[in-house]
Ligand binder design. Structure first.
Ligand code: SAM
Ligand code: DTB
Ligand code: SF4
Length: 326
């Protein structure tokens, strides 16, 4: 093999970004808490304004009746959660809601549908939603389940900025949470999204009964994707009565904060979103998450089906911490 290291004729491929090993990630995770947070905050400051937080708003454009059996989800038809299923929302209604979100300070609008994957008959309406919401001057994001390459190309051409598709947990723990698809199905869709030129929003949920090592492994998978996701939502399970995970033991706040810090260190340029579960967090826990490098949240009192802090509570929290919207 030719190993030319100088000049312009080198045949050595350019160095790939360093891969994260499980060992390296675990060593960081186990650092004394102060060392871990200091490191995360130092890295955060190299890439972001530490006092600015990006605001996203969610809208459920199609509720309930989902064919998948995700153990955490209120919208799966496999669980009895009492949530009535609805049809796909009309485009005008979506645009009206997006306009309100913009007035409320959100810069990204994320539309979610309780689907295993979009059907061909849904695509025209979806594409219209993307163009109309983008026309308001908002960044657009959708989360519609699995996509084939043709669908991701169509969404990208319509101007969709981000696609959210979470890996949720480690590959090892995945079958304990979902049986109707594989971890690798998730990775396939993420690849289609990338190949179509969209930005990737991908993270997971903590507090589903997984072990600490599963949380670290989830981050190793994310950080080792060919390109790290631009947006990494870290959700704390909102236990939903009627789902298999309704009685899962809650995660200890310090363990949650450690994962936020690790995500910041392993994916230094990504937005790390403190996502579902903020209603069950104290101001102090959220403050430590921001210190550990979280720099994005969902705003508004509803996520998809579950609650989120009122705008007024977030306004007060931002005031107390001296945070500003990005
Ligand atoms: N059907 C699409 C899918 O699964 O990709 C989009 C909607 S799904 C509700 C989006 C994400 O929300 C899930 O991947 C999961 O990470 C998160 N989520 C759903 N229910 C949750 C809950 N009860 N607590 C915390 N996060 C939840
Ligand atoms: C993500 O990681 N969290 C959001 C968004 N992506 C789509 C969804 C949270 C859902 C919380 C439960 C609910 O509202 O039903
Ligand atoms: Fe369906 Fe998504 Fe809920 Fe899973 S998380 S049941 S795919 S809506």
């Amino acid at each position: 093999m030719l190993e030319l290291t100088t000049g312009t004729t080198s045949t050595t491929p350019p160095a790939a970004s360093p891969a994260w090993t499980s060992e390296a990630a675990w060593s960081l995770y186990r650092l004394p808490f102060n060392d871990l947070l200091f490191k995360a905050q130092s890295i955060h400051r190299q890439h972001f304004d530490p006092n600015r937080v990006q605001l996203s708003k969610l809208l459920n454009i199609k509720t309930g009746g989902c064919a998948e059996d995700c153990g955490y989800c209120s919208q799966s038809s496999h669980h009895s959660t009492g949530l009535p299923a609805s049809k796909l929302m009309e485009v005008e209604k979506v645009v009206a809601e997006a306009r309100k979100a913009k007035e409320g300070g959100a810069t990204r609008y994320c539309m979610g549908a309780a689907w295993r994957n979009p059907k061909p008959r849904d695509m025209d309406a979806i594409v219209e939603m993307v163009s109309a919401v983008k026309g308001l001057g908002l960044e657009t994001c959708m989360t519609l389940g699995m996509l084939d390459r043709e669908q991701s190309d169509r969404l990208s051409a319509a101007g969709l900025d981000y696609y959210n598709h979470n890996i949720d947990t480690s590959e090892r723990y995945y079958p304990k949470v979902i049986s109707t698809r594989n971890f690798s199905d998730r990775l396939d869709t993420l690849e289609h999204v990338r190949q179509s030129g969209m930005k990737v929003c991908c993270g997971g949920i903590l507090g589903m009964g997984e072990e600490e090592v599963d949380r670290v492994e989830m981050l190793v998978t994310l950080a080792n994707l060919p390109e790290a996701p631009e947006s990494v939502p870290i959700n704390m399970l909102i236990p939903i009565p009627g789902t298999p995970l309704a009685d899962a033991a809650p995660i200890a706040p310090i363990e949650f904060i450690r994962i936020i810090a690790l995500a910041r260190i392993m994916m230094p340029k990504s937005f790390v979103r403190l996502s579902a579960g903020r209603s069950a967090m104290s101001d102090e826990m959220q403050a430590l998450c921001f210190f550990a490098g979280a720099n994005s949240i969902f705003v508004g009192d509803t996520l998809l089906t579950a609650g989120n802090p009122e705008n007024e509570a977030d306004r007060k929290l931002f005031g107390r911490l001296g945070l500003q919207a990005l």
